[in-house]
Design a protein around this ligand. Structure first.
Ligand SMILES: Nc1ncnc2c1ncn2[C@@H]1O[C@H](COP(=O)(O)OP(=O)(O)OP(=O)(O)O)[C@@H](O)[C@H]1O
Ligand SMILES: [Mg+2]
Length: 228
């Protein structure tokens, strides 16, 4: 039987047989403001609640922001950091060689149960124009995670251009990973709503289709058990 890592997101684990397969890598994709960072933080909050060792590698937002935002949802990353359960890191993407090595080094740790890289597209962007190198690097990153016994969640954005049906920023992220969770923001003005679809989850009989979700203060993401 596949051992699973619950995401902790209400209504979401039901869609994936109870959680993400242990030691797999999953990408969360979606346009800006869809809730990728909140979902990633909730995944870490669940790890903290289970006393697992967690690492949040932020490549865009400063750790103070990640921690303050998490607090809004009732997740105290600061206290967990003091307890040595979680580490929230910011690795600024200034110099390529140094940056890539720093991210890879942070993963070189068999003690990490859950890791988030938010957004992984920042690091993949260094290989823009060379799909072969980009894919190769991403394989290396995913393999590092597998070797270390870590379960990973990466975020990547979908550019919001007309008629864009892409699943990710560079169109490679979805192939290399074991799972893809896509977040949508649809409709307009007061009719706008959010939804989530598990697009792929290897070793999992995942529920097909899109499910609406809400982002709630003090709770985080709640997926509603009512297919669109
Ligand atoms: N406390 C809150 N209560 C309800 N909704 C919130 C709250 N905080 C943020 N949101 C919603 O979540 C959105 C931001 O979510 P998040 O930062 O996870 O998006 P993202 O997909 O990571 O975006 P980006 O690609 O720009 O990083 C906000 O635009 C807002 O709609
Ligand atoms: Mg984000």
């Amino acid at each position: 039987m596949v051992s699973r890592i619950p995401t902790g997101i209400s209504g979401m684990d039901n869609l994936i047989e109870g959680g993400i397969p242990y030691n797999s890598a999953v990408t969360v994709t979606g346009a800006t403001g869809c809730g990728k960072t909140i979902l990633a933080s909730q995944f870490i909050a669940e790890g903290i609640a289970r006393k697992e060792h967690c690492k949040y590698i932020s490549l865009e937002q400063r750790p103070e922001e990640i921690k303050e935002d998490a607090k809004e949802f009732g997740w105290d990353f600061t206290a967990a950091e003091e307890d040595g359960i979680v580490k929230v890191l910011y690795i600024p993407p200034f110099a390529k060689g140094n940056f890539v090595d720093r991210v890879m080094n942070e993963l070189m740790d068999e003690d990490i149960d859950r890791v988030v890289i938010d957004p992984v597209s920042t690091i993949l962007g260094y290989y823009e124009g060379n799909q072969y190198q980009m894919r190769n690097f991403f394989y290396k990153l995913v393999n590092r995670i597998k070797e270390m016994g870590t379960t990973a969640l990466f975020t990547t954005e979908i550019p919001e251009t007309a008629g864009n049906s892409a699943l990710s920023r560079f169109n490679i992220e979805e192939f290399v990973v074991d799972g893809v969770i896509t977040l949508y923001y649809s409709g307009m003005e007061s009719g706008a709503f959010r939804s989530v679809e598990v697009r792929k989850m290897r070793r999992t009989d995942h529920t097909p289709g899109s499910y609406p979700f809400k982002i709630k203060r003090k709770k985080g993401i709640e997926v509603i058990d009512k297919k669109l």
